[in-house]
Ligand binder design. Structure first.
Ligand code: PMP
Length: 427
């Protein structure tokens, strides 16, 4: 048995079946630095996928901040500590003035769970709307939102799904404002349906970049009318920033700012601690206090001194190394390179994204836009064989997902593009 096969068998025995891995031949990673990771045989891979090591794998300043705080004090959050206050002060300064308080959690799932309860506390209702190809986490409550990974025991009846927006194949068949209107109409229908139900309408929860839906290119202001519809119906807008947050889009620190809207509640996780588990919910003082009044809530680890040291160091590095600007510049460069590859390879149907979150939708035919889902699987596996790690996602599972650590350079982009060129030519 090869070493990987033995590890897989052990993993299945100890962690259970169906614990998924990436790639036909999963990679056994042992080390990371910047945008690079190494496997157990010493082979180096360019990481074009991972947004968790946001400021780069094992960034020395984050590692040092964690080690220093772990050697000084780490405890739960029932004591006074300046670390959490300093961090929340810095975090909320990146938001609109109306979003000025926070609860810190350990994961994005928990953050969304809290956000749903905040909306319930404010509105007195429990009906929630999400898209039909989203994922907002794994707690009993938020797993109810996912069609892709259906909750055990079925749905509770309080969730309505609207179609995942797709700018390449717009709802109603027409792009631009007509598409925005058609989608907002679908949202309004879901709102009305909930209002007629015993649950009422509490909140719309969306990733403002629609990351899991395949980061569609949407008409300008697409979510503005959705936000208006939600408010008009007395609901709250929750933006899940687990993926586009912390400057990834290159132009804005938060995905909702990129989308031109101000939500009532914002949730975050993945990149926040560069791999150290920390998440958060940001809301207005009134919303947070309504939640505190309605629910007793305590989180042993959320916002502990070590997590806050890690998260603060991430903000330091983002600022000092100008990584949002890097995401903008390198992202534009890489997307232009990808579009250029599209002149050579008919498979590339639609290049899209912003900053360091972009990719191409692969299609069998540019006119019919028939998704090349199986080919996308072959492409990402062939990339992995050649030492470049990327993923795929979207409703049709045919969009390459390129979302590297933020220090990704133009040289890194050139390498990724030349390997992709090779792989596409060899299909
Ligand atoms: N929201 C979104 C949009 C996500 O993509 C994910 C994880 N992929 C989560 C929430 C859940 O985050 P976590 O795994 O930290 O609980």
């Amino acid at each position: 048995m090869s070493n990987n096969a033995a590890l897989l068998a052990r993993r299945e025995r100890l962690l259970g079946k169906n614990v998924s891995t990436f790639y036909n031949d999963p990679v056994h990673l042992v080390k990371g630095e910047g945008v690079w990771v190494w496997d157990a045989d010493g082979r180096r891979y360019l990481d074009c996928y991972n947004n968790v090591p946001h400021v780069g794998h094992c960034h020395p300043r984050v590692v040092e901040a964690i080690a220093r705080q772990a050697a000084t004090l780490n405890t739960h959050t029932r004591y006074l500590h300046e670390g959490i206050l300093d961090y929340v002060e810095r975090l909320t300064a990146t938001f609109d003035d109306s979003l000025d308080t926070a609860i810190l959690t350990c994961t994005g799932s928990e953050a969304n769970d809290v956000a749903l309860r905040m909306a319930q506390a404010v509105t007195g209702k429990t009906g929630v709307i999400a898209t039909n190809f989203t994922y907002h986490g794994n707690t009993a409550a938020v797993s109810q939102l996912s069609i892709r990974m259906p909750p055990v025991g079925g749905y509770g009846g309080h969730v309505r799904h609207v179609p995942a927006p797709d700018g390449y194949r717009p709802l109603g068949g027409e792009g631009g404002e007509a598409f925005t209107r058609a989608w907002t109409e679908a949202l309004n229908e879901a709102i009305e349906d909930l209002k007629k139900s015993p649950f009422g309408f509490s909140a719309l929860i969306v990733c403002p970049y629609f990351a899991n839906e395949g980061f569609p290119q949407l008409p300008p202001g697409f979510l503005v009318s959705a936000a208006e519809a939600v408010r008009k119906a007395g609901g709250l807008l929750i933006c899940d920033e687990v993926q586009p947050g912390f400057g990834r889009t290159g132009s804005h620190f938060w995905g909702h700012q990129y989308a031109g809207i101000t939500p009532d509640i914002v949730t975050m996780g993945k990149p926040m601690g560069n791999g150290h588990p920390i998440g958060g919910v940001v809301a207005s003082t009134d919303t947070l206090n309504a939640f505190r009044k309605a629910f007793r809530y305590f989180n042993t680890f959320g916002g502990n001194p070590v997590s806050c040291a890690a998260a603060s160091a991430v903000l330091d590095v983002l600022e000092d190394e100008k990584l949002m600007e890097n995401a903008r510049v390198v992202g534009e460069y890489a997307r232009a390179g990808l579009s250029k590859l599209g002149e050579k390879h008919d498979l590339i149907g639609n290049v899209r994204g912003s900053g360091l979150f972009f990719g191409a939708e692969l299609v069998l035919d540019r006119t019919t836009k028939e998704p090349a889902s199986d080919i996308a699987t072959r492409v990402i596996n062939a990339m992995r064989e050649r030492g470049v790690l990327m993923g795929k996602l979207g409703v049709k599972q045919n969009a390459t997902k390129i979302r590297p650590p933020m220090p990704f350079s133009k040289d890194n982009a050139d390498l990724m593009l030349s390997v992709l060129d090779d792989v596409l030519a060899g299909l």
